[in-house]
Design a protein around this ligand. Sequence first.
Ligand SMILES: NC(=O)c1ccc[n+]([C@@H]2O[C@H](COP(=O)([O-])OP(=O)(O)OC[C@H]3O[C@@H](n4cnc5c(N)ncnc54)[C@H](OP(=O)(O)O)[C@@H]3O)[C@@H](O)[C@H]2O)c1
Length: 305
Amino acid sequence: MAASVTIGNSQVTSTPLGLGTNKVGGHNLFDGLKDEDGVEVVKAALDDGIGLLDTAFMYGLGRSEEIIGDVIKDYDRSNFVIASKAAQDPDRGLKPNNSPQFLKQSVDSALQRLGTDYIDIFYIHFPDDDTPKAGAVNALADEKKAGKIKAIGVSNFSLAQIKEANTDGQVDIVEDNYSLVHRKAERELFPYLKENNISFVPYFPLASGLLTGKYSPADQNRFSRFSADQYSAIMKAQTEVKKIADNHDATMAQIILAWYIADPDISVVIPGARVADQVHSNAKAMQIELSGYEFDQINGLYDQF
Ligand SMILES: NC(=O)c1ccc[n+]([C@@H]2O[C@H](COP(=O)([O-])OP(=O)(O)OC[C@H]3O[C@@H](n4cnc5c(N)ncnc54)[C@H](OP(=O)(O)O)[C@@H]3O)[C@@H](O)[C@H]2O)c1
């Protein structure tokens, strides 16, 4: 079983695999979601020992947090970590607001929806254009002193914004778009994060399902952000990942998730799920140990990204 991880300079610890919950109640982001499936997804995670639930106000405009709040009533709160986020302000047409007053209100309303008295990790979900970032983080530091949150995060911040936010060394964790086929953060953010003991959580780790191996060359139009050459390189890499998966009697998604777990630059990997079976399957990635050779091989398969 993979070892637990500590979040930045905080006291928060987590399993290295969490659950992304933008498809739990995220009716404003995805079509055809059912709340009942969301409930089962969260239960599956907690039943399988997944120790971090990543949510946000933006996922269903509070619905994801409410569903999680309902489910966790039946679980021991000390056994898992909740990460939530805020910035999108309904009074600004959901444009980001990082003002201290808005962030503090957001912590309070998230606590209420989650039905808990602390949130382990609270992220500023997106930067706004005007609030000084150190001031925004200071507002969360007040919430930390008050015991309402335990660790401070920022998400979708540029390196310059992260540095500004971390002026007083109070940022514990950064969440950003990163996967084997989207590796910009490795070059742009990782050196500063490592130097400052800030944890990194990648979102879209499965490239929205593309890295699970369930798509074929015919599905390229679903992934228009990739050129034809890039898409065909991903399809080619998939054949090699399948061989590694077969050797471990595992799925391709499990192997890709095991790769992130093995990467010391990554703190917690938070694949999303639409249904509970995906969670049960992904949770098994915590039991897979890749050899150094396999780790390097997978790294090399996607090195052009
Ligand atoms: N901070 C931010 O701004 C931000 C932005 C985006 C996401 N996030 C967070 O990051 C999390 C992860 O991102 P994501 O969920 O969008 O993308 P992802 O983890 O790359 O992909 C998740 C999707 O892949 C499919 N999938 C998952 N496991 C599977 C399996 N075993 N077999 C087949 N298909 C599988 C499911 O979609 P289908 O069944 O529909 O194919 C699932 O919803 C989110 O849930 C959210 O918590 C944060």
